[in-house]
Each structure stands twice: as structure tokens, then as C-alpha cells.
Design a protein around this ligand. Structure first.
Ligand SMILES: [Ca+2]
Ligand SMILES: [Ca+2]
Length: 601
């Protein structure tokens, strides 16, 4: 939110949304980085809210249960999650028997032990288990992370399981066989009836005629304006509304929208409309490229099923891609660059959204954190008089009731290329039970990735996440490549590569509130640790040799392949193969023992 909250006395960085017609509270904001980093992010909320409901119950459901690959068959099963795959290898997820719902007893069950035996993943099929929302069981020990699916397939197919929940994503994304029931052609000038490509109508006419199942086909050209779909233009789970930008014969985008300069200045705004897909647009300027928001903070008021695919947003003063209160959102194969000083995030997922996917995107040269996931409990809870320690604020997504507005759960951040940021790397702020894998995080002017939060409620720490097979690169001194602070605990950090360039750099910073992270087989190359020491079996390599990468220095390149390992990379064939990360960033099958980092060689 904007810094209106004098009570908190926060130096909130400005990231307003401008005039919001239907719900002025929709903003999604929060700070850009932890105060601890010392670069001017504000301190946490500092309210006195923490006291209340702690005590360990209620909140976060199941333990993270460790990645299936760890195999540890035993116990640790959270009291009632039901999950925790019996050693037989039954998928933890299906182990369901989702207890009716009582709040999951604890989140404590040590992640370390919770793993499942065998193929949690392979078997872990579709949510046989606890029905979504039935209380924790669905994540059951979380042994099933989520199988890596190479492009061009979607991360999850139509009707499949996503982290133990029946998927609710946009069908245009999950179902390649889907066909629109109606297509309306539009062009910059319009003039036709819209029924054929030769007779396109105006964008305004096309959008106002959209109903579930409609594809609005933007013919090649340069458009000037801002376009909006409101709730009356919602699609449905079975019949989405699709905004499609024509491609050239070679498959390149050929529709450019130059954003308007008035009002919200959003090229494409999806305002409390569900099940809208936006595919194949270049969006230039304005405040936002594609903005997708729900109706209100409460989970039941969130938007559902927006998909942003193969788009490019650049030169927005705020964010190329922005969401708030938007569940089951996907952004994939999109480029967000050159976001400006008004907010400056390449992708911003805000306001306690859950079940989001950010996959195979490129973010570069953005003014602020290139991926900002901020659940915004200050905005979604404190500012509207909801205690941050109440289930309304901190409940795990999918648990009974309408809670969890101040936390973002079950996010998937996979295969992205984050690089050459003008400030800091991705922020995971009150982000829980999420997966971050096969990404490249290379070079920031400030520091790298942060797992943290803005409140004093320990349950809102960025906890129970899986950080697997990523590459982190830093060139600046004394700024961490990744940070876990403010109760961002019970995270599993495995098979990652940390590289310092130009001298020994700080790989990781961990504070005293973080005591239950697991660190397995990470490689630290010219990279130091703060707050912990390397675990047994981790690789510590004192100096960096640029020959370990395919094409170092990669600074002039926007090709992530520059960061592939060479034959001399010291982190090849070092890790245990996880059934949950069976493919690398390029879709190549991983083989045991697996190479650390995002690429298998
Ligand atoms: Ca939530
Ligand atoms: Ca290999």
C-alpha cells in the first residue's frame, strides 16, 4: 500500500495503483526489500499484533515434508495432515484422507523427515487425496513437489493436480485442444463486423461482445490505447475469454499496444474478471502492461484463472505485469524489462494471491526487484483491522474458511531467467509452501533473492518452500545472493549453485529466527555464508574460474544458455536425483547423480 499508514510509521515505498474504480484497496505493494539488507527498505510492520494466536496451531498446515527425493520415509508426519506418505511410496499427496478440516495441527513436523519413500511424484497423481481446501491434507507432507514438465507443455494439464489441489487454471493454458466458440477480429482502426480477419471491428467493440468461450483476435498492427475487461466479461473454467495477438508466420509477436497516458494507464486491465487469457502482446509504456486484480482481499473475493502467455512488457513506469488478489494465475514465456521508477518490478504478484505460476519468463533491467511476490499483510490485514495473527490473515490457502489473505501459498517459480537487475532480485514476502526451481538469478546492482516478511507473526515468514536446482550469481560485495530471515524457515535448499564473481561474494544470509531450513548439496563457489556454515556434503570451492560456464561473461547476452556449465564445472554429477526435478531448465532429462544448478549436462 501507499504509505498512508501513519500508525505504522513505515517508509513505504510508493507503488500505488492509481485510481481504482471498483476497489480502491487493491494495490499490492509493500516494500521492496528487507530492512536488514540496509538499502532503505523499511522495517517490518512493527505492530504489536503478534501476541495472539501463536502457539503453533492453526496456521500453516502440513510440514513441508521434504522433497520426495530425500526418501526419508519416516514420521515427521504432521499430526493431522494425513499426508505424509507412508513408506510404501504412496504419494504423500494422495495420502490425503483429508481430515475434515480441522486446522492442521502443526506446521512443525520436521520437514526433514517428512519425505516419502519412493515416487511421491510419479505416483502422486492427481489429487486423489484431500480435496482442496479440506485442511492441510492436500499438501500432505508436501512430499510431492510437482513434476517438472518441459516446455511447450503447461506445468499442469487440464483436470490435473497442482500441489494436491484440483487445478483451476485457465483452460487456454492447460488444454491445447480447447477451441473458442466464437472469434471476434479486431484491428487498430476497425470498421468491419468483426466476423472475419478481413473485416475486423474495433477493440472496444470486440471486448464488449466477449462472452465465455470468445477469442478476441487482434490482427497484426500497432494499437494505441488502454483496454479493460471487467467482471461482466469473465470467462469460466470451462470456457475462458482469450485475447489473442496475431503472430507472424515465424511465430513472432506482431501486435504492439502503446499504452494510453491517462487514467490508470494500463495497456490491458483485467478487473475482477475471471478466466481471461492474454496471449501474444507487446505492451509498451504506461503504468502497467497487463494488470489483473480481484474484487477484494478476502480469499473468496480473489480473481481466478488469468493467464498471461508469451507477452512482452517494457517501459512501464510501474510494472509490466501486475496482479493483486489473483489466484490460479499463470505468467509464462513472457519478458518484463525496463520497468521504471514508479514501482519497477518486472512481475508483481500481490495481496495474498495463491496458486500462481511464473514459469520460463525473462526479467531484466528492471528498476526494482524483478519478481515481487508480496502477500502484503500490512495492506490486506492490518490496514483493514484484521489481526495479522488471525487465521483470516495467516491461514494456509485452501484451509476451511476465508482466510490467508496475508500470505501467498503454493506458488511455482520455475525456469525463469532473472538477470541484470538494477536493484535487487526476487522478493518472496510471506510466500509459503512454494517451489522455486531451475531458475537463473544472475547479477543485481544490489543483492539477490530474499525470503522474508513484513510482520512479527512468525507464521507469515516465507517458510516451507523448496528451492531446488537454481543458479545464483553475484558480482557485488557484501550483498547476499539469497537471504532467509524473519521466520523464513523450514525451507529446503538443495542442488543450487552459488557463484561469486570478481572476488568472494556473500552466497547466503540466515538470521537467528531461521533454524529449520535444510541445506543439501549446494555448491558455493567463491561464495561465503553468513549465519550458518556449509552442511556436510555441500561443495565449497574457493575461487571462481569463468571457464566453468559455457559463455562467461554473460553480461552482454540475454541468452540464459550462457550460464550452462562447461565440461569443467565442478558441480556436475554431484546431487541426488530428485523425482521432483527430473528435467532441467531446457527440458533435458536429468540423470543420477544430477548436476547442480538449472542445467543438466
Ligand atoms: Ca493467500
Ligand atoms: Ca549430468
Amino acid at each position: 500500500m501507499q504509505g498512508q499508514s501513519g500508525v505504522l510509521g513505515r517508509l513505504v515505498h510508493s507503488c500505488v495503483v492509481g485510481t481504482v474504480a471498483t476497489a480502491s484497496i487493491i494495490t499490492g505493494c509493500g516494500s521492496d526489500e528487507p530492512a536488514a539488507s540496509g538499502t532503505g527498505g523499511q522495517a517490518n510492520g512493527g505492530t504489536s499484533a503478534s501476541g495472539g494466536a501463536s502457539g503453533g496451531s492453526g496456521g500453516a498446515g502440513p510440514s513441508t515434508g521434504g522433497v520426495a527425493s530425500t526418501g526419508g520415509a519416516s514420521g515427521g508426519a504432521p499430526a493431522n495432515s494425513g499426508g505424509s506418505a507412508p513408506s510404501g511410496g504412496a504419494p504423500a499427496n494422495s495420502g490425503g484422507s483429508a481430515p475434515s478440516g480441522g486446522a492442521p495441527a502443526n506446521s512443525g513436523g520436521s520437514a526433514q523427515t517428512g519425505g516419502s519413500g519412493g515416487s511421491a511424484q510419479s505416483g502422486g497423481a492427481p489429487s486423489s487425496g484431500g480435496s482442496p481446501g479440506s485442511g492441510g491434507a492436500s499438501t500432505g507432507g508436501n512430499a510431492s513437489v510437482l513434476t517438472v514438465v518441459p516446455l511447450p507443455a503447461p506445468a499442469v494439464g487440464r483436470g490435473g493436480s497442482y500441489r494436491g489441489f484440483a487445478e483451476k487454471f485457465n483452460r487456454y493454458y492447460t488444454d491445447a485442444a480447447w477451441q473458442p466458440t466464437k472469434t471476434i477480429y479486431v484491428s487498430p482502426t476497425g470498421g468491419g463486423n468483426g466476423q472475419t480477419k478481413a473485416a475486423p471491428t474495433t477493440v472496444a467493440a470486440g471486448l464488449s461482445a466477449a462472452t465465455p468461450g470468445t477469442r478476441v483476435y487482434f490482427v497484426s498492427g500497432t494499437y494505441s490505447g488502454c483496454y479493460e475487461l471487467g467482471s461482466e466479461r469473465s470467462g469460466t473454467y470451462d470456457a475462458p475469454v482469450v485475447l489473442y495477438g496475431e503472430r507472424t508466420g515465424a511465430g513472432a509477436r506482431s501486435v504492439l499496444i502503446n499504452c494510453c497516458a491517462t487514467g490508470r494507464q494500463t495497456c490491458i486491465n483485467v478487473e475482477a474478471a475471471d478466466y481471461v487469457a492474454v496471449d501474444g502482446f507487446e505492451l509498451s509504456g504506461g503504468n502497467y502492461g497487463v494488470r489483473a486484480v480481484g474484487a477484494d482481499y478476502a480469499a473468496s473475493q480473489h480473481q481466478k484463472g488469468v493467464a498471461v502467455l508469451d507477452c512482452e512488457g517494457h517501459g512501464q513506469s510501474r510494472d509490466p505485469f501486475f496482479t493483486g488478489q489473483s489466484d490460479w494465475y499463470v505468467i509464462e514465456r513472457s519478458l518484463g524489462r525496463d520497468a521504471g521508477s514508479g514501482d519497477g518490478h518486472g512481475i508483481y504478484l500481490s495481496n495474498g494471491s495463491d496458486w500462481n505460476i511464473a514459469r520460463f519468463n525473462e526479467l531484466r533491467n528492471n528498476y526494482s526487484s524483478d519478481l515481487q511476490i508480496n502477500a502484503d499483510p500490512a495492506s490486506t490485514c492490518t490496514d483493514v483491522n484484521i489481526d495479522v495473527s488471525s487465521p483470516d490473515c495467516d491461514a494456509l490457502a485452501g484451509t476451511p474458511g476465508d482466510g490467508g489473505r496475508g500470505a501467498s501459498d503454493f506458488m511455482l517459480v520455475e525456469g525463469n531467467f532473472f538477470h541484470d537487475g538494477l536493484a535487487q532480485g526476487p522478493n518472496f514476502t510471506s510466500v509459503r509452501h512454494s517451489i522455486v526451481r531451475n531458475n537463473v538469478f544472475a547479477k543485481y546492482a544490489r543483492h539477490g533473492v530474499s525470503f522474508w516478511q513484513e510482520t512479527t507473526n512468525p507464521k507469515l515468514g516465507s517458510s516451507d518452500n523448496q528451492i531446488l536446482h537454481n543458479l545464483f550469481v553475484a558480482t557485488v560485495a557484501n550483498r547476499q545472493m539469497v537471504q532467509f530471515v524473519e521466520n523464513s524457515t523450514r525451507n529446503r535448499v538443495e542442488n543450487n549453485v552459488f557463484v561469486g564473481v570478481g572476488g568472494t561474494r556473500l552466497a547466503m544470509e540466515v538470521d537467528g529466527t531461521v533454524t529449520e531450513n535444510q541445506y543439501v548439496k549446494n555448491a558455493y563457489i567463491a561464495a561465503s555464508l553468513s549465519g550458518r556454515t556449509a552442511a556436510a556434503g555441500e561443495l565449497t570451492i574457493p575461487s571462481f574460474d569463468q571457464g566453468i560456464f559455457a559463455a562467461f561473461p554473460a553480461g552482454a547476452s540475454n541468452d540464459p544458455a550462457a550460464w550452462k556449465p562447461s565440461a569443467t564445472a565442478p558441480f556436475l554429477a554431484q546431487g541426488a536425483l530428485s523425482p521432483n526435478v527430473t528435467f532441467d531448465r531446457d527440458g533435458a532429462a536429468r540423470t543420477a547423480p544430477t548436476d547442480l544448478g538449472p542445467y543438466e549436462r
